[in-house]
Write a protein that binds this ligand. Structure first.
Ligand SMILES: Nc1nc2c(c(=O)[nH]1)N[C@H]1C(S)=C(S)[C@@H](COP(=O)(O)O)O[C@H]1N2
Ligand SMILES: [Mo]
Length: 392
């Protein structure tokens, strides 16, 4: 774990040492992002356009749950300040038996049976800047380093229960949640409100309409009063500020399944891959890129590991650029949908630059590759991170 001293040293030397953008920015005072309500202290967040990235290294002092005031924000436009008392959800579409819209007030939603579950929420583009920093490849989109992720305990109602109460027909194939935030305009084109269809099978499986995050009402920036939580799927599936659900008897699309959130590039068909669904697996150290550590001392390296496919099975660590690997100790019980902290002692003897690596293997046998196959929008970076540090 970086001591305060190593952090300060890292901050001082990072601009010279680091090839990666995080170290330069994370410790400077971040201005408030346009449209984000909560404070964004510079030690915890890096503002990227309308978004705020959590400082991954600084998550070292958080547990399995990420506090709401440390949770990344990904906004296409601006956080709307909605009032639960005049909010309602409209469920509509030709996938309903009676074909007429059904509405739920906040109170009606709260009176349905509630469920609580811990789930990681991770943007499809988390780690995107590593395509460039580590693989020398060009990608478009927000240049996240590794902090477009958090885990929270979400409480709400099963989407399945809401759909059954609204009278979903057995031939419904898609459910499209849509947000109440402003329409998204990019490159002079209005794409409308943020929306992305879920296949009915996912909607009827484990998706939650959440009204609480870590035991508190959802904060404005995270979807107040009600948002979708689609466990193990890419962040865009978890639509915030939910306003309506279109239930359809035929497949649905939106710019978020056609233009975005598919894999485009040399390795993929001309129209791109199928729309992305599940997130991938990753691991990282709780250290700034370019951190400076003392030789001749024992450091307790810590980090965290996760997989959207299965519980984490093991994390292997290398402190010599990938020649020798050893198994790290897991500090949390691996769970589906959660992440685990890992630790390993390290006693560097020689001074100079060192590359630290960590590699997650999950219970399904998936393991982080050395490289991620390039896609133009930089989604689903899953490669082992080559984390440069300096021993002095
Ligand atoms: N209505 C709406 N929902 C949204 C978004 C948005 O801009 N508007 N951003 C999506 C994306 S891309 C991600 S990664 C997650 C981020 O959730 P968070 O801001 O609570 O961390 O919300 C998703 N839901
Ligand atoms: Mo995202």
């Amino acid at each position: 774990m970086p001591t305060r001293r190593t952090l300060l040293k890292a901050a001082a030397v990072a601009p010279v040492l680091s090839q990666l953008p995080l170290a330069r920015k994370a410790f400077a005072d971040a201005p408030t992002a346009p449209g984000i309500v909560k404070p964004l202290p510079g030690e915890y967040f890096t503002v990227r356009g309308t978004n705020a990235e959590a400082n991954f290294a600084a998550l070292a002092d958080t547990g399995p749950l990420t506090p709401a005031d440390r949770f990344f924000v990904r906004n296409h436009t601006t956080t709307p300040r909605l009032d639960a008392s005049d909010w309602k959800l409209t469920v509509w579409g030709d996938g309903l038996h009676r074909r007429s819209p059904v509405t739920f007030t906040y109170g009606q939603l709260r009176s349905l049976p509630s469920v609580t579950r811990t789930a990681v929420l991770e943007c499809a583009g988390n780690g995107r800047s590593l395509f460039t920093a580590q693989q020398g490849e060009t990608v478009t989109g927000t240049s996240w380093t590794y902090g477009a992720i958090g885990a929270a305990r979400w409480r709400g109602v099963r989407l399945r229960d809401v759909l059954h109460r609204a009278g979903i027909a057995s031939d419904a194939v898609a459910v499209m949640p849509r947000g109440l935030d402003d329409e998204y305009v990019t490159g002079g084109v209005n794409l409308g409100r943020v929306r992305r269809p879920l296949p009915a099978a996912k909607a009827l499986d484990d998706v939650i309409l959440a009204y609480e995050m870590n035991g508190e009402p959802l904060p404005y920036d995270h979807g107040h009063p009600v948002r979708v939580i689609a466990p193990s799927w890419i962040g865009i599936a978890s639509v915030k500020w939910l306003g309506d659900l279109q239930v359809s008897a035929s497949p649905l699309a939106s710019p978020w399944t056609t233009d975005y959130y598919r894999l485009f590039g040399a390795a993929y068909p001309p129209g791109g891959s199928e729309p992305l669904t599940r997130q991938t697996l990753k691991s990282g150290f709780h250290l700034p890129y370019g951190a400076v550590l003392d030789a001749g001392a024992t450091h307790r390296l810590t980090g965290r590991a996760w997989s959207a496919y299965a519980p984490v099975h093991r994390v292997d660590v290398s402190t010599d650029g990938g020649t020798r690997w050893r198994r790290a100790e897991l500090l949390d019980a691996p769970r589906r949908g959660g992440w685990v902290r890992f630790t390993t002692p390290w006693h560097p003897r020689r001074t100079g630059p060192v590359t630290l690596l960590s590699r997650t293997t999950d219970a399904s046998g998936r393991t982080q590759p050395e490289r991620t196959v390039h896609n133009t929008q930089g989604y689903l970076f899953d490669a082992v991170v080559r984390h440069a540090v300096t021993v002095v």
